[in-house]
Ligand binder design. Structure first.
Ligand SMILES: [Zn+2]
Ligand SMILES: [Zn+2]
Length: 181
């Protein structure tokens, strides 16, 4: 195990949110354009706590998405500054909680804090683990030249290059064509 279960889940959600931008989404569209799309994403990841379901919340989450994409690509020391800022700004206060069918895990915001703040703090807490484990190199962006998808490389020797087999295959075909052209 590289990270704890809740850190892995938080990173998975962060990447899924970040990958709703057109240059990373499966459809090629912005997949976070409506409150309904946000609801579907939260449901898919069983993201708990307050939801307003309005345009203001959507706008805040969209701006969290941009900040998250930037954080993902920072080097370790710059990520430390950003994570510390996030935690201070949100007045994060870590505590262990158990809810639904989830075992003890960390929450650092109140369950009724605005969604975008809870998303950023949850991501920041996951980054605390990643940085302490010195595993920032596992937070990657797809190597395919037409894909900006973020992913966590959980492979044994941290050697994964593409977000998906779809991208891997597409780039292999392209490389093959280039060689035989
Ligand atoms: Zn929870
Ligand atoms: Zn990709």
């Amino acid at each position: 195990m590289i990270f704890t279960n809740d850190t892995e889940a938080s990173l998975g959600f962060a990447a899924a949110l970040a990958d709703t931008v057109p240059e990373a989404s499966d459809s090629g569209d912005d997949e976070l354009s409506t409150p309904a799309q946000l609801t579907a994403l939260l449901d898919a990841w069983r993201f708990s706590g307050r939801r307003d379901g309005d345009d203001r919340e959507l706008i805040e989450v969209r701006s969290a998405r941009s900040r998250l994409r930037a954080l993902w690509l920072l080097d370790r020391d710059d990520a430390v500054d950003e994570v510390n800022d996030l935690l201070v700004d949100a007045r994060a206060l870590p505590r262990l909680v158990r809810h639904d069918d989830l075992d003890w895990h960390i929450h650092a915001t109140e369950i009724d804090a605005p969604l975008a703040r809870r998303i950023m703090v949850e991501a920041a807490m996951a980054f605390v683990d990643v940085i302490r484990a010195d595993e920032m190199a596992r937070l990657r962006v797809c190597d395919a030249d037409d894909c900006e998808s973020l992913y966590v490389d959980m492979s044994k020797n941290a050697s994964r290059r593409f977000c998906s087999t779809r991208c891997g295959n597409r780039m292999a075909v392209r490389a093959y064509r280039a060689r035989t052209a």
